[in-house]
Design a protein around this ligand. Structure first.
Ligand SMILES: [Zn+2]
Length: 361
């Protein structure tokens, strides 16, 4: 726990003391007892809400509940899906579910019993063969082909990994939809965007996440497509790019990004620094212009100020916790690009079929 937080009781900016205690949490109307780590203000002794700790407690409570009711753990769902060589969305559609249902479950949301029973049945390739016949039309030609190969290998008694082309660790989205800003995810661009912002001073990780969000969403608002194609998830601190942790770890490992501890009078934190130049060739002139505008307009703000701004965005406040944020909310951006000519915005939908209405989710 390094980031200082404001105590709402006494108003001090403090690093909370962590206490362990038994707490009882209601999960689906059932009391679940967990050993929780709780933040306490060292100044006034009042409990403080610390997002990471509260989330960890919730995850522990969900896991206890899962064990009690024989529900699959998120990692088990990932392994099951990977046996069939499909991404989250494709496997979710194959099961007859909504496109982001499985994504939510694999990210830690608690699955309902009926969905859990379906997942258990999907452990048998014969049942997946039936699902393919029933729901195969919901998949792309390429996804169906991948599934056929995986099923063939499983039915022949081969190991699943023979069939699964796990060429990389990303579930690369093949879809172009409102969750990726109508562009396929380009990991290389998201990587360079991180380098771009990490070259600026005082780049706290929470701030970097928000700048990435504003750059992609502002570009979508202006040009009808995002820059990176990355989906953003509505995390408690604000929007975070999907795969952020993996990409950041890769960049640190390759030496392109470094982390540095910084200390204030009664707090400590971590900032990111870029150790190489940005590969600007990956971007169009318009994309570089958007990145520069976000850097100029927002990068000078403190991490907590920019998190506060992101919480006022309709994109974040209208999206359920941990869900993907639809780029359609970009029209309502407040912190940057708010005074764009509305006529530019209204022309965006003309060139493609109507995207799903984010408000209906
Ligand atoms: Zn206090």
């Amino acid at each position: 726990m390094k980031t200082p937080l404001e105590c709402f009781e006494c108003g001090h900016l403090v690093t909370p003391t962590i206490e362990e205690r038994i707490e009882v949490l209601p999960v689906r109307g059932e009391d679940v007892e967990v050993c929780a780590r709780v933040g306490v203000c060292p100044h006034c002794g009042v409990d403080m809400s610390v997002t990471e700790l509260d989330e960890a407690t919730l995850i522990t409570a969900f896991n206890t509940y899962r064990q009690r009711h024989g529900l699959l753990a998120p990692e088990e769902m990932v392994r099951l899906r990977e046996r069939y060589g499909l991404g989250q969305r494709a496997f979710s559609l194959l099961l007859g579910w909504g496109e982001i249902t499985l994504h939510r479950y694999e990210s830690g949301s608690l699955q309902d019993a009926a969905h859990n029973a379906q997942l258990r049945m999907a452990a048998d390739p014969a049942n997946v063969r039936i699902l393919l016949e029933a729901n195969g039309h919901r998949l792309t030609v390429r996804q169906r082909a991948k599934l056929e190969v995986a099923l063939g290998a499983l039915e022949a008694g081969g190991t699943a990994s023979d069939a699964c082309s796990c060429e990389d660790r990303f579930v690369v989205r093949e879809e172009q939809d409102a969750y990726g800003g109508w562009r396929k995810l380009e990991v290389s661009k998201l990587r360079e965007m991180m380098i771009f912002f990490a070259r600026l001073p005082e780049m706290f990780p929470t701030k970097l996440n928000k700048l990435l969000f504003y750059a992609d969403f502002l570009h979508f608002k202006r040009h009808g497509v995002s820059i990176s194609g990355s989906p953003y998830l509505a995390f408690p601190y604000g929007p975070v790019p999907d795969h952020y942790g993996t990409i950041r770890a890769d960049l640190c490992e390759s030496g392109a990004l470094a982390t540095r501890e910084v200390y204030g009078p009664d707090w400590g934190g971590e900032i990111l620094t870029a150790e190489r130049a940005v590969d600007k060739d990956l971007f169009t002139a318009e994309e570089l212009e958007t990145l520069q505008e976000v850097a100029t307009g927002l990068a000078g703000l403190t991490a907590s100020r920019i998190a506060e701004l992101s919480h006022k965005e309709a994109a974040w406040s209208n999206t359920p916790h941990r869900d993907m944020i639809s780029y359609e909310w970009a029209k309502e951006l407040k912190a940057i690009g708010a005074d764009d000519d509305q006529a530019d915005v209204s022309t965006l939908d003309v060139t493609r079929e109507a995207p799903p209405n984010p408000a209906a989710r």
